[in-house]
Design a protein around this ligand. Structure first.
Ligand code: ADP
Ligand code: 5GP
Length: 192
């Protein structure tokens, strides 16, 4: 049996990863979407075990020290990590996995799991990224500035990814993601 394929999506905060995946994921109920752990506080409406596993810094660090994360990174003052066991178990069972993580964590996965498919979701411009982050109204102004500064660094790493999808129109970006998935699954090497 073939192993599952690990798809990883990243890109600057506000580029529209969540929006594009909301369109894409319901069409792929067989795919395992990895729920990350984070030390950031839940946003209104976010629930533990749905968007994230919300943890204290001590809980997160304990799991990290035990090797419980496939990757982990600090992003704008909070820790984020991908629980390792669930992801590896699904891949072994032949189930495709989708990770949505930031760039430093993605670089770790590229190193440790190079057979993954790495997709960078880019905003059409930095001005539009600012407009989207401000419009989302989930962070205060200082956090938005930190995220935008980080976005400049992240954009410079886009070239390390297998694919770049520009999220100009969200539905189009979801179609691009769909095309990547279809093509990857048709690879000769996966059709044994
Ligand atoms: P991310 O998950 O990358 O941080 P979000 O999906 O939360 O980004 O999107 C950030 C904001 O931009 C949201 O308010 C969302 O509605 C908006 N948005 C996302 N994609 C588009 C798009 N293609 N065109 C216009 N606005 C968008
Ligand atoms: P947010 O706080 O907006 O939910 O997420 C901030 C950033 O953390 C986003 O770029 C998101 O992709 C990233 N992120 C979410 N989960 C993980 C994870 O498990 N690992 C890493 N490295 N980044 C993550």
């Amino acid at each position: 049996m073939n192993k599952g394929v690990l798809f990883l999506v990243s890109g600057p905060s506000g580029a529209g990863k969540g929006t594009v995946l909301k369109n894409f994921l319901p069409k792929h109920p067989d795919m395992f979407y990895s729920i990350s752990a984070t030390t950031r506080a839940p946003r209104p409406g976010e629930e533990n075990g749905v968007q994230y596993y919300f943890m204290t810094a001590a809980e997160f660090e304990k799991l990290r020290m035990e090797g419980g994360f496939l990757e982990s990174a600090t992003f704008c003052g909070n820790s984020y990590g991908t629980p390792r066991a669930a992801v590896m178990e699904k891949l072994e069972k032949g189930i495709d996995v989708l990770l949505e993580i930031e760039v430093q964590g993605a670089l770790q996965v590229m190193e440790n799991y190079p057979e993954g498919i790495f997709i960078f979701i880019a905003p059409p411009s930095m001005d539009e990224l600012r407009t989207r982050l401000v419009g989302r109204q989930t962070e205060e102004a200082s956090v938005i500035e930190t995220r935008l500064a980080r976005a400049e660094e992240e954009m410079a790493l886009a070239e390390k990814y297998t694919y770049i999808v520009v999220n100009d129109i969200a539905e189009r970006a979801a179609e691009d993601l769909e095309a990547i998935l279809v093509a990857e699954k048709l690879r000769t090497a996966r059709r044994k």
